[in-house]
Design a protein around this ligand. Structure first.
Ligand code: FES
Length: 157
């Protein structure tokens, strides 16, 4: 399972963060980002605390966390696999590569494997189009991929 982050200590940090930023105008995104740094993702309970603390309705918070792809609503796995779906990667067969990784891990984009090992995410251009199609697994970058490469790469993890 992913590391348990819903600890009293982390909630204390969240309280301190909210107190610090309460009076700052337009602090929501920054607070959400920092809260995600603390917990690794943004569970409902954390969103509710932020909503109360900053006096911002839950609907608005939910709108923000679902709009920006940097926010995770579910805990992340030990390995985050990001598949670039930007134009350059897309035209060079990123979709079949994503499908192959889905097949291998049994999860769809946005999901985490039940054992907490892998999370899969389709992401926007990461600015390395010359290497398209490209995936990253945590800090590791794999470019100019073909579907056949997937198995070998996945077996490393
Ligand atoms: S489109 Fe994939 S890196 Fe730019």
């Amino acid at each position: 399972m992913p590391k348990e982050t819903m600890t009293a200590e982390n909630f204390q940090k969240l309280d301190e963060l909210i107190i610090r930023e309460k009076e700052t105008k337009g602090a929501l995104i920054q607070v959400l980002q920092k809260a995600q740094d603390i917990f690794g993702y943004l569970p409902l309970e954390v969103q509710q605390k932020i909503s109360k603390g900053l006096k911002i309705p839950m609907s608005e918070i939910y709108g923000v966390v679902t709009f920006y792809s940097q926010f995770n609503l579910e805990p992340k796995g030990d390995y985050l696999i990001s598949v670039c779906m930007g134009t350059a990667c897309y035209v060079r067969n990123a979709q079949p590569i994503l499908d192959e990784i889905s097949k291998f891990t049994g999860i769809k984009s946005g999901e985490t494997t039940p054992d907490g090992k892998f999370s899969l995410l389709a992401c926007r251009c990461i600015g390395a189009c010359g290497l398209a199609p490209i995936i990253t697994i945590n800090e590791d970058v794999y470019g100019r991929l073909v579907v056949e490469d997937v198995k070998e790469i996945m077996e490393k993890y």
